[in-house]
Structure formats: structure tokens, C-alpha cells
Design a protein around this ligand. Structure first.
Ligand code: C2E
Ligand code: CA
Ligand code: CA
Ligand code: CA
Length: 274
């Protein structure tokens, strides 16, 4: 909750001294938030490391609370997940992201992908594949421009089910990325069992990569290992030019982070690509 808007953070954490009532309050406020237009998508540009070509963007939810201002995803995504609200917000995010990506195409940036975060519950909500296919069909976005990001914990549990769903997405050309890679306990064994096109190295590794030899060794090893499996590697949390330079020398494919571009609203991102 450290990046939450000043007001909402105080409201939701201090005034509500009971964790339960805090969650209930967030849940109440979140109900219908998409329909009221309080939830929007921000887009963070993702670049090819070798020549800094813009290749796509990650869609990140933003909640503008009518009273408390900006509420961070770290505050409300968990609540949306546990309350089941994600089952309505998630599909809305997918539809909006596809529509926005089509808009960039119309503006002349024809091969930009959009990458959408998918939570565990969303992945397993019976009709996930149908939701994605419908969003692609309705928007006209080619499947290869749709990426989904899942954390290792989201694919944990019923791995067979996760594997089935992800394989069926990949069959139509949708790209699957494993998010926050390196933070889970069984990253390597997952790569054997769950079919993914790429991994996103968690930003905790990138943060210290210039100073900490262990983080550099791990980052280098993840890149080499992913490449040997034919996977794409994305680094997140690139905040300094030096980090980007280092990632280039190590052969990292894609990168995102404040040094390359902050998450921005649709209007600003459209201006960036146009
Ligand atoms: P994530 O998927 O790991 O997203 C990257 C987070 O890192 C974003 O935080 C982004 O704003 C932040 N970030 C980007 N570049 C930098 C950088 O250079 N330095 C640092 N320190 N941070 C950077 P954000 O937007 O607060 O999102 C937090 C998390 O909320 C996301 O983590 C994701 O797990 C979740 N989330 C966001 N949107 C959605 C969504 O539509 N659906 C689901 N299920 N989860 C979402
Ligand atoms: Ca992500
Ligand atoms: Ca991540
Ligand atoms: Ca470290």
C-alpha cells in the first residue's frame, strides 16, 4: 500500500482499524466502480532492449475513488480477487485493452501488443478462454498482439487446468508471460510444466543489478535459461540507463520501467505512439 494515494491510504488503513471492515469497505466501494467510470487502464510502454523500439504496453488498472482519490492496485486487486469482483472487472479490462490496442493500430502503430494481467481466479473462471476470444473478435485485434501475464502463484494449484487453458490460448497465437519471475519457490520446475512464451524478471532483481553481484548472476542466469528454452525475457522496473545498458549486454529482449516510460493514461500513450 506504500504507493497508494495519500488520502485513501490513510482512510483505508488507519481509520479502519479492523482489517476486515477495511476490506468490506473497499469491496463496497469497488462494486460498480467500472460501470461508474472510476476504473481505467494506464499503459506502460515496453521496448526492445537492443534498439529501444517501442513494441507494446502493459495495461495497469487505476482506480480513481470519488472521495479518496487514487487507490493503488496493491490495495484493491486482492480485494477484487477474494470478493469475486475480479470476475466482472477482469473481463472488462480485457475488452478495454483490446479496444485500446486497436485504436493504436488505427493511429498507424500497427504491431503494438497489449499485455494484460490475469489473476488466479480469473484464469480459472470457467469461461476465461471465451472471454478472451470474444474480446479479440469484438475488437478485431489479431491474437498475436494480445499477451497475458500470470504470476507463478496464479498457475499453482491445479496445474493441469492452468496448462490446458494456457495451451488453448497459445494455440490461437496469444502470448503467455510468467510475471514476477524469480520470486516464487519453483520457478524452474514451472517452466517445464506450464507452457509460456516468456518470463518477466521481477523488478526486485533489476533494482540492485548494478550493485549486487548475486542479483546480476541471477538475472544473467534467468536470461540464459529462458533463451535456451526458446522463451522471451522481459525485465521490469528499469529505473536507470545503466540497468538498461547492462541488460543489453546480457541479451535481455524487452524492458519496461520508469527510465523508459511511466504508466500513462490512454491519451498520453496514444500521443506517444502516434
Ligand atoms: P505488476 O504486474 O508487477 O506491474 C508492474 C508494477 O510495477 C506496476 O505497479 C507499475 O506501475 C510498477 N512499475 C513500473 N515500472 C516501474 C519502475 O521502474 N520502478 C518501480 N518501482 N515500479 C515500476 P502498479 O500499477 O501499482 O500495479 C501493481 C500490481 O497490481 C501489478 O504488478 C499487478 O500485479 C496488479 N495489477 C495491475 N493491474 C491489474 C489488472 O488489470 N489485473 C490484475 N489481475 N492485476 C493487476
Ligand atoms: Ca504484470
Ligand atoms: Ca511484474
Ligand atoms: Ca539484492
Amino acid at each position: 500500500a506504500k504507493v497508494a494515494g495519500k488520502n485513501c491510504y490513510r482512510f483505508y488503513s488507519r481509520a479502519m482499524d479492523q482489517a476486515v471492515s477495511r476490506r468490506v469497505r473497499i469491496e463496497q466501494d469497488l462494486r460498480g466502480a467500472w460501470e461508474r467510470g472510476e476504473l481505467t487502464l494506464a499503459y506502460q510502454p515496453i521496448y526492445r532492449v537492443s534498439d529501444k523500439t517501442l513494441l507494446g504496453a502493459e495495461a495497469l488498472l487505476r482506480w480513481q475513488h470519488p472521495v479518496h482519490g487514487q487507490v493503488a492496485p496493491s490495495v484493491f486487486i486482492d480485494v477484487a480477487e477474494q470478493s469475486g469482483l475480479i470476475e466482472t472487472i477482469g473481463p472488462a479490462v480485457i475488452r478495454a485493452a483490446c479496444k485500446d490496442a486497436m485504436r493504436w493500430r488505427h493511429d498507424g502503430a500497427d504491431e503494438l501488443f497489449v499485455s494484460v494481467n490475469i489473476s488466479a481466479r480469473q484464469l480459472r473462471s470457467g469461461d476465461f478462454r471465451e472471454q478472451v476470444m470474444a474480446a479479440l473478435a469484438d475488437s478485431g485485434l489479431p491474437p498475436h498482439l494480445m499477451h497475458v501475464e500470470l504470476t507463478e502463484t496464479a498457475v499453482l494449484g491445479d496445474e493441469e487446468q492452468a496448462r490446458r487453458i494456457l495451451s488453448s490460448l497459445r494455440e490461437v497465437g496469444i502470448k503467455v508471460w510468467l510475471d514476477d519471475f524469480g520470486t516464487g519457490f519453483s520457478g524452474l520446475s514451472h517452466l517445464r510444466r506450464v507452457p509460456v512464451d516468456g518470463v518477466k524478471i521481477d523488478r526486485s532483481f533489476i533494482a540492485d543489478v548494478l550493485r549486487d553481484p548475486d542479483d546480476l548472476a541471477l538475472t544473467t542466469a534467468i536470461i540464459a535459461m529462458a533463451h535456451s528454452l526458446g522463451m522471451t525475457v522481459v525485465a521490469e522496473g528499469v529505473e536507470k540507463e545503466g540497468q538498461c545498458d547492462l541488460l543489453r549486454t546480457r541479451g535481455c529482449d524487452l524492458a519496461q520501467g520508469y527510465w523508459l516510460g511511466h504508466p500513462m493514461n490512454m491519451r498520453d500513450f496514444t500521443a506517444l505512439v502516434g
